[in-house]
Design a protein around this ligand. Sequence first.
Ligand SMILES: [Zn+2]
Ligand SMILES: [Zn+2]
Length: 313
Amino acid sequence: MRIARYSTGEAAAFGIVEGDGSDPHANAAELTVRRIDGHPFAPFQVVGDPQPLADVRLLVCTHAHADHYGQAASVVDASGCELWMHPAHEHMRAGIDDPDELLARRLEVARQSGVPVQPLREWSQSVRERGSGIARLVEPDRELISGVVVASDLGRWTVVETPGHAPSHVCLHEPDHRLLISGDHLLGRVSLYFDYGWTPDPVGEFLSSLDAIEALDARLCLSGHGRTFTDVRAHIDANRALVAQRLQGVRAAVADHGPITAYEIVPLLYGEALTQLTAGWWLPETLCYLRHLAVTGAVVAAQEGETERWARA
Ligand SMILES: [Zn+2]
Ligand SMILES: [Zn+2]
């Protein structure tokens, strides 16, 4: 069993691709719509009937993360449909073209950020074992950039570029029903994640992307995880508030304890030290806050041997 993303009018959902998908007319290859509440890797609840993959006419990806794009190739292979996605998917392609190189780069960033050798070794082992979660690289047939329209039976969806969570992230807006497919940019529960190392300032980009979707004045949000929700503006504000709070936390950590490494900031920010589970998430997030504070002139980085330490500007 492998996993792809799927959305319906009532719920955001996971599509489970069963079988190998080699024969589009075989029963084994089908898309089962299952709802998921909360985190993507929580237990499933089946809410819909299986739909043949062969019926899929167009695959539109909000961004190139494995839990949204991972089975794009399987869907394309089984249905012959086109894939539309934003062109800035280098962050995904790098993990397929040369996974060892990407891992080496991430390890180098972690080492520079002050992560000790032993947990780093264990983390790299677990990353290697986990793999990319992507069946095969499939390039988009059409680039989803701002202004592109996706026609559907429900209406015309206009693409809005919303980088920050990922460089390739887009939302889709349907103005007549005031609907927004928000991917991972805006979720029902505030949960921040930023891809580090691909763009100059992911946190700044994320904040600008919140402004961009606020201007749409959507009524109902169909998010990439969890249930749909209505009070879109309140969710945008909650994201802004948490970003501001974390930025303030990083700023205070640097002011009180600087020069300090990103690794040392993590427990001050999250109340817990970095673990195998949180390493791939909290460290890039913390680095993205530092990057934003550096871009806005609040902190500076200084190299101490091979380690990067942060101080007040
Ligand atoms: Zn994502
Ligand atoms: Zn996701």
